[in-house]
Write a protein that binds this ligand. Structure first.
Ligand code: CU
Length: 716
């Protein structure tokens, strides 16, 4: 009986503590449940899996296979995709489907049953891959239940959703990236999203964005990656696509992985509003219970609820997956933070092979509730060595932020200490993307961690279950085979890209040589912004939760510039003229928020702290590390393009943006999505000519109040 032998072997090699746990599982599994095989299977590592795929239309009409327990078989989503010339046609549905999520804290099976909303019925949505110049034609059917009791509450109507194409520079109106429409249950809607030919290549994502149901939808797992893959080479003038240089000397594409991070706060309810809990306060689902994401107040809306829940961040739907990687192979990892309100702060460290409990962990199995795991992770994946110095990190080499290729490779954690003295780390806030190159120097097991940070640097200053200072394990990397790297990894990664391109006769020599210095400017995703037309009088976005009038409890709200979201209001503050460039200053009062604006990315010109720039004249970061030794998260952002930015208390973020090409109405909001649903959003309007009659795109005699793009009364 192989299963028995395997369990016996595990028990023999495991540490004393784990022996007890395993023996308990064995007895429980054998005597009470019967089939030991289920439990044994669940004690195997959960392999990393790619996000689900849609069947090509010509192969099948509808395919759905939900992951069976303990088996990380890739999930095939309901729906189809067809690539037909410049057209990418998708036909799929928003559905509520039964599924299973691994829960290392549930010893009676390690899998929790859930029933969640998603695009296509898997735990995460299928990847949409397209090229610049393509059209996405997406037929979306909302199969959620029309009988929706949440419509009685505010926020509510959680089964009414829509689609947002986060980060894409596409039209915000009509049936394109229009978040101001509701797709009610049992409604079919056809999107047509024209990706312009000059669109940057990169990592973007989609998620529902109907005001009041955005957070519930995204928290349920209704999100997925959008990969825009470009093939424009850099020939000496126009910028090229980074995709054209990430290959080996034979032209074979560098191995890639999408890491869509989701934080699904599913809960099992014993009675309305009463979440089933473990003794340590973390959330619990019995074998006969099904986890859901339905209760805005108890599952989403508290800043500490994710910590309290003890739920685990999943990667493409798998909790703590194990990825096999050969030594010395440079890979591109596309991180997408698709959680709704908690910070993920990625560090990679070697696992300590002789730590207690390492026998299973080295293979990718770490059991226990989030609270129980905290102590294990400290021993297995220490980020400080005994003398108090930082552990040797596996560096990350960031090539793109929010999908847009950087002007130079950002080395994270190369020598542990950054130029500002802090430990290099990759802060991912909800909505962020980070494309990094990684290479593992030699065989062994490595921990991908969500490193702790101080409360001020986190979107939610959690003080609950795990607390702000507990490091969590996101994934295990098992490195074997390949070719060990002897020298430093920064030189190795740069040289690897250089070697892949050195025989390309069309690549200008200066650009090729620049790769050895980490220079990516020939492939930068966005050109430097020109001068702003409103310099000296920037627009502002001030985020605040609280009482507008300290003496009037009725004035509590989620405010931007002192106003809550009103779908029927467009302010002069946020009415801008197309094809102009402007400065904005972003700030938060009381607690941090996350600025996101649709359609056009922005360039970060400066970040000030208590009125002082954190940058020297050359962009050198002057701000000291935080209270736990981490590099300040703004240090790498000087003149970086992004579409989503954390706005920390006592900091001001100075951005510049061009309202390029698209006319119409869309939104700017806090990307802590329960804040957005609670009112922290505004409509913005891009008009052809803000001072008509005028030249350019304006129509003689036209007024902005009657320009035909308006559907609302102007309030000035
Ligand atoms: Cu917020």
């Amino acid at each position: 009986m192989n299963i028995f032998a395997e369990l016996h072997r595990l028990i023999t090699v495991a540490s004393r503590i784990e022996r007890k746990i395993l023996a308990g599982i064995f007895v429980f599994g054998f005597v009470l449940i019967g089939p030991v095989s289920v439990v044994a299977q669940q004690l195997t590592p959960q392999p990393y899996v790619d996000p689900p795929k849609l069947a090509e239309e010509r192969q099948a009409t509808t395919v759905l296979s939900v992951k069976p327990a303990g088996d990380a078989t890739e999930c095939w989503a309901t729906g189809t995709v067809k690539h037909d010339g410049n057209l990418v046609r998708l036909n799929w549905a928003l559905e509520l489907k039964p599924n299973q999520i691994r829960n290392p804290g549930n010893p009676s099976g390690y899998m929790d049953h859930v029933s969640l909303r998603s695009f296509g019925g898997c735990l995460t949505g299928p990847v949409i891959e397209a090229k610049p110049g393509n059209t996405l034609r997406i037929v979306l059917t909302n199969l959620l239940d029309p009988n929706d009791p949440s419509c009685a509450s505010n926020p509510g109507c959680f089964n009414t959703l829509n689609m947002h194409f986060h980060g894409l520079h596409v039209s915000p109106t009509g049936n394109s990236d229009n978040v101001l429409i509701n797709i009610a249950p049992h409604t079919k809607y056809e999107y047509e999203v024209n990706i312009p030919e000059d669109h940057p290549s990169g990592t973007f994502w989609y998620h529902p964005h109907r005001h009041e149901s955005t957070a519930i939808g995204v928290a349920s797992g209704a999100s997925g990656a959008i990969i825009i893959r470009g093939d424009r080479p850099y020939l000496g003038s126009a910028p090229g696509d980074i995709d054209t240089i990430l290959h080996d000397a034979s032209g074979k594409r560098m191995p890639e992985h999408i890491l869509l991070l989701q934080q699904i706060p599913y809960a099992c309810f014993n009675a309305p509003g009463q979440i089933n809990q473990n003794a340590d306060g973390t959330w619990k689902c019995e074998a006969n219970q099904t986890g859901v994401v339905d209760d805005f107040d108890n599952q989403l809306a508290s800043p500490t609820v994710w910590d309290t829940s003890g739920r685990f961040t999943s990667i493409n739907g798998v909790v703590q997956p194990t990825l096999q990687v050969p030594a010395g192979e440079v890979q591109r990892w596309r991180f997408i933070h698709a959680g709704i309100h908690d910070t993920v702060n990625v560090q990679i460290v070697p696992m300590v092979a002789d730590a207690p409990m390492a026998a299973l962990a080295l293979r990718g199995i770490v059991t226990g509730t989030a609270k129980e795991q905290a102590a294990k992770v400290k021993q297995l994946c220490p980020t400080l060595v005994p003398d108090g110095n930082p552990a040797v990190l596996v560096p990350q080499f960031e090539i793109a932020a929010d999908g847009l290729t950087r002007s130079a490779i950002r080395s994270i954690g190369v020598s542990q200490k950054s130029q500002s003295g802090g430990i290099g780390t990759n802060f991912l806030q909800p909505g962020y993307r980070s494309d990094v190159l990684v290479a593992f120097p030699h065989a062994g097991t490595y921990c991908v961690l969500n490193q702790a940070a101080t409360p001020a640097e986190r979107a939610s200053a959690g003080a609950g279950g795990q607390g702000p200072n507990e490091t969590q394990l996101l994934a295990t990397i098992v490195v074997s085979g390949g070719n060990p790297v002897a020298g430093d990894l920064e030189t190795f990664v740069r040289q690897t890209i250089y070697d892949g391109n050195k025989s390309d006769a069309k690549l200008p020599k200066a650009a090729l040589d620049g790769l050895l210095r980490g220079d990516l400017s020939p492939w930068r995703g966005m050109p430097e912004e020109g001068p702003a037309s409103n310099s000296g009088n920037p627009r502002t976005a001030k985020f605040f939760i609280g009482l507008l009038d300290p003496n009037n409890p009725k004035t509590f709200g989620f405010y931007i510039n002192g106003k809550q979201y009103d779908p029927d209001r467009i302010d002069k503050d946020f009415t801008m003229q197309v094809n102009t460039t402007e400065d904005w200053i972003l700030s938060s009062q009381g607690e941090p928020h996350i600025f996101h604006i649709h359609v056009n990315p922005f360039e970060i010109m400066d970040v000030t702290h208590n009125g002082q720039s954190i940058f020297g004249p050359d962009g050198k970061c002057l701000v000291p590390p935080d209270g736990v030794g981490l590099e300040n998260q703004y240090c790498n952002m000087w003149h970086t393009f992004k579409d989503t930015i954390f706005v920390q208390n006592d900091y001001e973020v100075h951005i510049r943006t061009t309202y390029d090409r698209y006319i119409g109405e869309y939104v700017m909001h806090c990307h802590i999505l329960d804040h957005e649903d609670s009112g922290m959003m505004v409509n913005v309007l891009i008009v052809p000519d803000a001072s008509a009659p005028g030249g350019g795109l304006g129509m003689a005699g036209m007024k902005t109040t009657s320009n035909g793009t308006m559907t609302h009364e102007m309030h000035r």
